[in-house]
Ligand binder design. Sequence first.
Ligand code: PBG
Length: 335
Amino acid sequence: MSIPETRPRRLRQQPAIRRLVSETRLDPAELVLPMFVREGVSEPVEISSMPGVRQHTVDSAKRAAAEAAAAGIGGVMLFGVPAERDAVGSGATDPDGILNVATRALVAEVGDALVVQTDLCLDEFTDHGHCGVLDDRGRVDNDRTLDRYRDMALAQAESGSALLGLSGMMDGEVAAVRETLDAAGFDDTIILAYSAKFASALYGPFREAVDSQLQGDRRTYQLDPANRREGLREALIDEAEGADIVMVKPAGSFLDVLADVADTVSIPVWAYQVSGEYAMIEAAARQGWIDRRRAIEESVLSIKRAGAEVVLSYWAVELAGWLDEARGLRAGGTR
Ligand code: PBG
């Protein structure tokens, strides 16, 4: 017997064989771009903690969505940044509220080319920044919040959103929204449940992106980052309540939860590479400390390898361009 007995390196010697034995591939069609649309501005506004990402006007959002469609990505996920806020998040259910206006505009522009999706949560619209309404002691009131989510779901479905991203982490929210949609004839509207949404420091830049009014944290409704099994439990509950798709979020630091969920549920599993994951790589790359493109590709590939079928990423369009470029190189026979 010769030593080494086995030589795994044999399959790593040339680009062509590495490509042939690659276990995970990325495709533009399985990427979704999150987009922010701000009310009352005439020009897009840069988000300082997310270099390269902006708060769009409705017009610039239309152009960006057309670009996303041309890049071949699978969808856009819309977030609204309202000009005014109140205790119950009235802007979320107002047909003339920014998110609903932007949804109608984007569905008209690109609704046939990609899936226009909307974040269903109150935090952008409330003056206290919580994802629900508060009771008289200042606690997030689960069941009264469900009533707001039902109304929000109707407003979004009426605006043409094909897929509602339920990100509030209230108990019973998938069942409540499903019931309301079905009763109103929106039985084809898809529910994506942000099932395992952890109370993460990595949402920091997002808070700037939506001008969040939050003081404190969301630990009474989002998951404790210490809890792996609870992440799976939430996904199973949402599947049983009728979710069409479940999501894990943040993605990169919860790959174990993602793998558990992907192994267990029978519906599609998505993951959200959040604002802080974006900001960390951009910041290190700006310092010249890491190779930006390789770090981005590796981060998204890892999320897919762990079990996500679709990744929400602020790099979706740029990544799609790189994937096409790589395919073009191969088609050109340069190797
Ligand atoms: C809630 C929501 C948040 C994000 C997506 N949906 C913020 C939060 O829960 O605090 C964060 C996404 C990101 O950080 O990129 N509407």
